[in-house]
Each structure stands twice: as C-alpha cells, then as structure tokens.
Design a protein around this ligand. Structure first.
Ligand SMILES: Cc1cc2nc3c(=O)[nH]c(=O)nc-3n(C[C@H](O)[C@H](O)[C@H](O)COP(=O)(O)O)c2cc1C
Length: 351
C-alpha cells in the first residue's frame, strides 16, 4: 500500500491518498456565490484523491470573512453544481466543508440582516480583514438562546442537503480553528448554563447534533469531521481539551462517519494524531506541514489512511503527478492568497 493506492473512506472512494486540504481563498462574489474561476481552480486540482472545499457557510449568519461562499440558497447551489461537475468531469471527488464562523466575524463581511452569534456573548480578541474598513475588531457576538440552537443545527442539515443537490460527494464539519462548533466545545468561549454548556457532554452537544443532522441527509458514510484539539487559533481556549475530545470522538465514532481529519499540534497538550487513531483507526486523514516523504511513510505504516496537503496544492495543481515523478514543487505567492481575481489562484501552471 502506498500513498498512490486507492482507499474507501465510508462511501467515499478515493483514487489515491493525497487529499487537498480545505482552504479559504476569498474568490466568491459578494453575495457568497461561487464564481467561474472557482470552477477552474478546483477542476485543475481534481487528481487529488479527494478535494475538501474551502470553508462554506451553512447560513448567512455563518459568514465572517470577506468574499467567502455559502450553501444556503438556490443561486449558490446552481453555482456549486458547476464546480462539482468540473471536478467530476476531470475524474475527481469533492466534499463541502461546512464552516460556521460564529463569533469570528465582522459585520462588514456579512449581508444585511445577518447576525454574529456565539454560545456566549464574549468577543474574541483580535482583528479580521474587511474590504470596506481594512482590519476590524471581531464583532461582539449575541449569545444564542437555547430554543434558537435547533435552528442553527437545521442550517447544517439544509446546507448538507444543498451540498448533495449541488453534486458534492460528501460534507465535512469544520470543528476547529475557533469557529462555532469549537466555540461550543471550549470552556473559554462557552459559559452557558443550559444543556449546551457546563459539563463536557453539554459542550459537545452542538457539534454532535450538527454531525447527526448532516448524516441524516448525506448518510454517515459521506460525512467527515475536522479537528485540532488544543488549537488556540482565533482566541480559543479549553481547560481540558483531552477530556473534551475523548468525549466528542467517542460519540462521533459511533455515528459511523466516513473519516476524521486531524491537524497535528506538536506544541499542544494533546497528541492529536494518537487520539484520532484511537477512535478512527483506519479512517484517519492527517494534516499540517507534511511533505511527500513523511506522508508516504505515514500511509505505508498504516498510521493514517490519507494525508491532506494545503499550501502545496496552491501553486501545484498537479501535485499528485509531481509527487509521482519527483518533479520540483512550485512556491505560491503569499500576496495573492485572499486577493481576489485569477492571478495567483487559477493561473498556476501544471508541469
Ligand atoms: C490560504 C489558506 C486558507 C485556509 N482555509 C482553511 C479553511 O477554510 N478551512 C480549514 O479547515 N482550514 C483552512 N486552512 C488550513 C489548511 O487546511 C491546512 O490545515 C494548513 O494549510 C496546514 O496544512 P499544510 O501544511 O499542508 O499547508 C487554510 C490554510 C491556508 C494556507
């Protein structure tokens, strides 16, 4: 078995174990609709065993960064259909990463009428880029009332139905990096005293309900989850991430998900990869700073089913072919990562 061998993760059949990691690239239109250049960008990278899309908002409230896409209306579904058709025509598979940013948002980046919501009314420390006002402080979020939470879970279910209607092969819950599910999990951002806060079981409830809602329409074999225990990104902190994630993963594994996608954090308090292996054994995708050699070793040893690559896919649309032939890897231009436009996005050449 090598990194080039196929593998089945739940219902997802991967032609190889080289996965494209989710990357926000800020190329959507202002109304959170995918653009034609996104069809090109994803189609060019279809030789990956699986593409995980950039974070996609399941609702207008879930938007927070500039020019990011959604999956909550018919115009967005039609536009995503062109992306998935392009990837499929090129022989690839693509899942939609559902990313509700919660409090990690600026109202400048959100449509009128949408809100910045969170488990508790605690503003994240830090700033976020906006086209209108440059760097802006994160919004002060409004705490969700207990009886509103079912509606947010329902947004994940509807977005999953939209993803399947748009031709995505599955969906991934973004459950790290300080966004809404992680805000519920963590003691620093969740001070609730209802059934969604306090005990570890209560803090895990939202993420598990979102996963169950996603699985109810896609089937569990088409649902994955991305985690990075003890990741402090976006002002996140948890008293005991080991305990939190042991609980979460025990119940998530019981749902029969397609895969767990783990970002390693050598400086953290948790051995994220070992934790993922315990609960998701042969259904693990690992990530963060892997190169070809290390990724090949990890897959050959059976420690992970697949490895995802983010930055390497930016300037190397044919990364799989370059790995296969040992060809040199191109470097990306950091200035065009979120710049908008085709330059530094869909114009990186293949060899
Ligand atoms: C430009 C950029 C945008 C990213 N956006 C997302 C995102 O939308 N969702 C997500 O889960 N991770 C996101 N990430 C993190 C990557 O998926 C990945 O974890 C990270 O780049 C480390 O992997 P690498 O060392 O292979 O690049 C982003 C990373 C980059 C560089």
């Amino acid at each position: 078995m090598t990194i080039f061998s196929g593998v089945k993760l739940g219902e997802l059949a991967l032609a190889n174990r080289i996965v494209m990691a989710p990357m926000t690239r800020s190329r959507a239109a202002a109304d959170a609709v995918p653009t034609a250049m996104m069809v090109d960008y994803y189609s060019q990278r279809a030789s990956a065993g699986l593409i995980i899309s950039e974070g996609i908002a399941p609702s207008a409230d879930g938007l927070g960064y500039c020019r990011t896409p959604g999956l909550y209306n018919d115009v967005q579904v039609a536009a995503w259909s062109r992306v998935t058709a392009g990837v499929h025509a090129a022989g690839g598979r693509i899942v939609a990463q559902l990313m509700h940013v919660g409090r990690v948002a600026s109202h400048f980046n959100k449509p009128a009428g949408s809100q910045t919501i969170a488990p508790s009314a605690i503003r994240a420390r830090g700033e976020i880029y906006t086209d209108q006002a440059g760097m802006a402080p994160f919004d002060e979020p409004r705490a969700l009332a207990t009886d509103e939470i079912a509606g947010v879970v329902e947004d994940y279910r509807l977005a999953t139905a939209n993803a399947i209607a748009a031709g995505f092969n599955g969906v991934e819950l973004h459950c790290t990096s300080g966004y809404l599910p992680a805000q519920f999990l963590s003691t620093g951002s969740n001070l609730r005293d209802d059934r969604y806060g306090g005990s570890v079981a209560n803090r895990c409830r939202f993420a598990l309900e979102a996963l169950a809602a996603m699985a109810s329409v896609a089937g569990p074999g088409r649902v994955g989850m991305r985690i990075c225990p003890d990741n402090p990104f976006n002002d996140l902190s948890d008293d005991n991430p080991q305990e939190t994630f042991e609980h979460l993963l025990g119940l998530a594994a019981a749902l029969g998900l397609a895969y767990l996608h783990v970002i390693r954090m050598p400086a953290g308090r948790v051995d994220n990869i070992a934790l993922g292996q315990r609960y998701f054994g042969d259904r693990l995708i690992v990530n963060e700073s892997y190169g070809f050699e290390e990724a090949s070793r990890v897959v050959a040893s059976g420690a992970a089913a697949a490895v995802s690559f983010g930055r390497l896919f930016i300037a190397n649309p044919d990364l799989v072919a370059r790995f296969r032939t040992g060809a040199p890897l191109a470097k990306f231009d950091p200035h065009t990562l979120y710049a908008g436009g085709e330059s530094g996005y869909s114009d990186y050449p293949v060899l």
